[in-house]
Design a protein around this ligand. Structure first.
Ligand SMILES: [Zn+2]
Length: 342
């Protein structure tokens, strides 16, 4: 297999950026290549970058990006936050103290071949977010909900009965290894491409009616975020409020965590890319335009904007014992029902 070389490509600046961040982070970071995604001639590494506590009894949070190759901004948002943390670790003793109490895991680019080609899917034409072995309860929207017709069409789930794609399996294995042992863990998986507003989606994607058992915790997080930062406008909602899908990786992992009795809250940040198009309609002519802010000042604003959310999620994870014990679970569930399911 001599022709295969691990490759950092000029067409994939995000991979070069990851290499330079790994260098900058030095001993602060625990870096692992969790899989390699192949093209015909090359292999592209998929990295897991961890920092903070390694103790199994501490809470853990993961930031994920680039599951859909065309949504470059997700990878950039995750990397921008990691760079900030690395810089702060040089001078901010509150961060150094926090890192003794919480584990942070970064999976900034899960689908490097998709990003190289400006594809949503991976190199095999499979949409990783439709690839888990879980079926939606009711009819899903045609194509978008996931299908097995052909890898030439977007939202392809992969062949019936086939093992999961390398990238999906590596993501699941890493989340299970790094997050599942913790008593409390949370994920922020960064995407773009839906709607005019930034949304925080939580499970389920496979059912319109089923409520996740940790609805009280989700509602509490939302309350804490809105009351602490009243001047922002994220929308928190179950993903199924918009459409149901087959094969959602977070639905699958959430169910696995439940069977192990863990509190594991996988959230998806769905950045509202239509507003970038509205402000700059010409960008629709570019293949990336529907998914990525094109103008540099807008990219910078997006990278800045989500730091607050990510910082909040780290603090909430670190402090989980404090707020999960003091919240009113029963009342939260009733409020959540009224807000999201009636
Ligand atoms: Zn996406």
């Amino acid at each position: 297999m001599e022709k295969y070389t691990t490759r950092i490509d000029a067409h994939l600046p995000e991979l070069s950026q990851i290499s330079s961040i790994i260098q900058k982070g030095g001993e602060l970071l625990r870096v692992e290549t969790i899989t390699q995604s192949p093209t015909r001639d090359h292999l592209y590494p998929v990295y897991s970058i961890a920092l903070g506590s390694e103790a199994a009894d501490k809470p853990a949070i993961a930031f994920v990006g680039g599951i859909h190759g065309i949504e470059r901004i997700g990878t950039q948002v995750v990397l921008s936050f990691l760079e900030t943390l690395i810089q702060r670790a040089h001078w901010d003793s509150t961060l150094v103290d926090a890192l003794e109490q919480v584990k942070l895991v970064f999976l900034p680019l899960m689908n490097p071949v998709g990003m190289l080609r400006n594809w949503r899917s991976n190199g095999n034409g499979v949409d990783l977010m439709r690839n888990a072995p879980i079926d939606a309860e009711d009819n899903v929207p045609w194509l978008v909900g996931g299908h097995r017709l052909s890898p030439m069409l977007p939202w392809y789930r992969g062949p019936e009965g086939a093992p999961m794609e390398k990238e999906s399996s590596a993501l699941i294995a890493t989340i299970k290894k790094e997050l599942f042992p913790s008593p409390f863990s949370l994920v922020v998986d960064c995407h773009s491409g839906f709607g005019f507003q930034d949304r925080i989606w939580f499970p389920y994607a496979y059912s319109k009616t089923e409520r996740m058992p940790h609805m009280a915790e989700i509602y509490q997080l939302r309350e804490m975020f809105f009351s602490t930062y009243p001047h922002q406008n994220y929308l928190f909602e179950p993903q199924s409020r918009h459409y149901t899908t087959h094969g959602d990786l977070w639905d699958y992992m959430y169910k696995e965590a439940l069977s192990e009795g863990k509190t594991f809250l996988p959230l998806t940040l769905e950045m509202g890319s239509w507003m970038w198009v509205k402000k700059n309609p010409m960008q629709i002519r570019n293949a990336l335009g529907m998914f990525h802010p094109m103008r540099p000042h807008r990219v910078r604003r997006v990278l800045r904007h989500h730091q607050l959310l990510m910082e909040f999620m780290v603090r909430a994870t670190r402090s989980y014992a404090f707020w999960t014990q003091s919240m009113h679970a029963q009342e939260n569930r009733l409020l959540a029902d009224a807000l999201w399911y009636e």
